[in-house]
Every structure is written in C-alpha cells, then in structure tokens.
Design a protein around this ligand. Structure first.
Ligand code: CA
Length: 289
C-alpha cells in the first residue's frame, strides 16, 4: 500500500499534534502555543477551525463524556469546558521548568494516559501517567513519551518513547488499567516514531518525525504500507470523517530552518488520505466510579 496524503486544513500552526475525531469534529493541539483546535469536515477540507487557549503548553486533549475536554497541559491534568474555561484536576506532577506534558490518549475504559518529555528532548527524566480521577505513574525513565494505542481486542497497548526508535508493546488489562510484559514491537526505519493510531483491522499507523511519512504495520510488526507527505516532520494521525474512512495526519514546522519552512508551505497543516480501511473515533474520558 503506497499512498500520498494531501493538505486539508485552512490553518497552518507551528506544531500540530494529538489529532482526535469525536462527534463530527476533528480536534488537534498546537503544543507550545497551548491551543486546542476544533474543526468540522466536509469530506474534502476542514471547516470553521477555531482554537481555545489552555494558557500553558498543551501536550494532548481528549473529549470528555458529557462535553468539553480533559487536557494534559503544563505538567498537570485539567478540564476545559466548551466555552474554553480551564479548571485544574490535579496539581503539578513534575517541575514545569524541566518537563512538559506530551502525547496522550484514552484507553478502552476511558482512562486518560499521558506522558511527559524534558524540554531538552534528551534527558530520560520523563514519565507516563494514567488519570481516571486520581493519577498513577506507570513508567519512569522515559525520554519523549509518544504514540499510545490499544489493539481492537483491548489486550495489547502500544507505546513509543521516540528516541528508542521503537514501537513497544505491553500486555494490557482493561479491568485494572495495568500494563506488563514490555517488549519491542517494531524498529522504525526512516524517521523517529512519534504519534500513532490503530485501524479496525488492528494494524498500526505510525507517524515518522523527520521522515515525511506514516508507516503501517500489521499486528505481527511487518511493514504493510506507507503514506508519503511533502513535509519533513509528521507528528501523529487518527481516523475520522464519515464512517471513520479518513486518516487525518498532523504535521509540524518545529525544528525546520527558515529555508525548509519556505520550501514546505504545508508543514503545520492537517493532511488527509482515504486508505481503504477504517478506524475508530476517540474514546472519551470517563472517570472511574
Ligand atoms: Ca508527539
């Protein structure tokens, strides 16, 4: 499977990340700007994009059951209402001068998993957290926490600590939200594994930071396709649109030279492709009872 994605976003941001599809809208974040963007989709382009300001670096947002969003921002979890009002749900989990929240997503039970990264992008001092009303630390010694996903049978969780160059797999227990048995799933070539999503066939779609592509892997880790983009930094992807048939892909201008920025006028926009497979919408946050 060899595909090419095309831009579908009228807005260009610095660092688009963390896309999610929920109730007819695509959401994504512009991390250092602290913006949560929402837009409709007419089957061709995103429509009426509008941003809300989290007031701090915004690593990831997930829809909340009943409306609004839960944010992994700064080094805390916060709630954002539809009108943009932000309310802290936790205190700072780490020193915001050293680390910040990065990628995150809800598991099949509606728990919000999100991890941090050092501002220097190199120190292995970050963590992966899970939040369901209270916070638990799942992993320490992480460098750049990215790329969560769960298999359609809810038995495997996939995770990318980007500088490892790998996607790792864990055994995942939906009832308790615990993970065990970490092992390498695939060594990614041609770029660094950033965000990812999983389609309805259980195949992974992994965004390649620095690689201008999204790679597809089958559930045993074999390469199963490539989506090419005319930009260097591809950050994440999710399924959405009618029937979940569109793969939306986020891209970034971050780290590009002035020449590269001029040569990549669509870096920082959302791209789309219809790969012939579907994927599920975002799982909303639902706190533990
Ligand atoms: Ca990322």
């Amino acid at each position: 499977m060899e595909l090419t994605a095309k831009p579908c976003s009228p807005v260009r941001v610095e660092h688009a990340e963390g896309p999610f599809w929920h109730e007819g809208r695509l959401g994504w974040v512009d991390i250092m700007a602290g913006h949560l963007w929402l837009a409709g989709f007419d089957g061709n382009t995103l429509t009426e994009p509008r941003s809300r300001d989290a007031g701090r670096p915004l690593g990831a947002a997930v829809p909340r059951a009943g409306g609004g969003w839960v944010l992994a921002a700064g080094t805390a979890f916060l709630a954002m209402d539809e009108d943009g009002t932000v309310t802290p749900l936790t205190g700072d989990l780490a020193d915001p001068s050293v680390v910040r929240m990065n990628d995150g997503k809800c598991d099949p039970a509606g728990r919000f998993w999100a991890g941090t990264m050092a501002h220097d992008e190199a120190s292995a001092i970050a963590s992966l957290y899970v939040f369901d009303g209270t916070v638990r630390t799942v992993l320490d010694g992480v460098t750049v926490s990215n790329g969560l996903g769960w298999s359609p049978d809810h038995r495997t969780m996939y995770y990318n600590d980007t500088p490892t160059g790998r996607v790792d797999a864990f055994d995942y227990d939906e009832a308790t939200g615990s993970v065990s048995g970490r092992r390498p799933f695939v060594e990614v070539r041609g770029g660094a594994p950033d965000g990812m999503t999983i389609d309805d066939e259980g195949f992974l779609w992994v965004a390649l930071w620095g690689g201008g592509a999204v790679h597809r892997y089958d559930p045993s880790g074999r390469p199963a396709g490539t989506v090419r983009l005319p930009v260097t930094n591809v950050s994440s992807c999710c399924f959405g649109g009618p029937g979940g048939s569109t793969l939306f892909i986020t891209t970034s201008q971050q780290g590009l030279s002035a020449e590269q920025r001029a040569a990549e006028p669509d870096a920082g926009r959302i791209f789309r492709v219809e790969p012939g497979v579907t994927g599920p919408p975002a799982t909303p946050f639902a706190p533990a009872r």
